[in-house]
Design a protein around this ligand. Sequence first.
Ligand code: IMP
Length: 206
Amino acid sequence: MEIVIATRNEGKLQEIKELIKGLQVEVLSLKDIPEVPVVREGGSSFRENALMKAEVIASFTKKVSIADDSGLAVDFLKGEPGVYSARFAGEDANDGENNKELLRRLEGVPISKRGATFRCVIAVVTPEGKKDIAEGECRGIIQFEEKGEFGFGYDPLFFVPEYRRTFAELSPEIKNKISHRAKAMEKLRVVLKEYLKTEKTSVEKG
Ligand code: IMP
């Protein structure tokens, strides 16, 4: 079975490939299909955005398509930045500017109220329109200053109590075991295994 990962991000692609290793699937990405339309993330939830991307790519490529959306939901900010995580400080904001904006919005907020959740939603859509969702979460606390050099996005501010480190202080190997994306991907693997079983059965039935 061929599947398309709806990303042009090499890091994400490698992460997904690593996770679905061992399954009998051939992985393509948007880099292999340059003519696919660009899908804007205009939805009001991670789920909506992930489904929308996967649906567009599945109907365009006529192959099983996978898309994800993720971000940070801060308790004190009632779930913000949420789907706006990548552009919290403005449309073209970079990671540093977004982190600064988050610290500004949490100025004077004590540690006991700085809880936050990283969320990741992965949608799988078949060309026939069958849809599945895999979700993962990771809880942490937003620090008062950035710490660590690894990772991207809000990693330097996201402190994981079990490890007493921010995501940016943890090696990629550890982050990739405990992160919201890793947890969603574990569930995705189960979904894909089911797809492969169904495909095998229908081929056998002829
Ligand atoms: P997307 O899922 O690639 O659209 O990511 C949305 C935004 O959420 C990113 O630009 C980051 O700001 C934030 N984000 C998502 N996952 C992570 C993570 O694992 N670490 C840090 N920031 C993240």
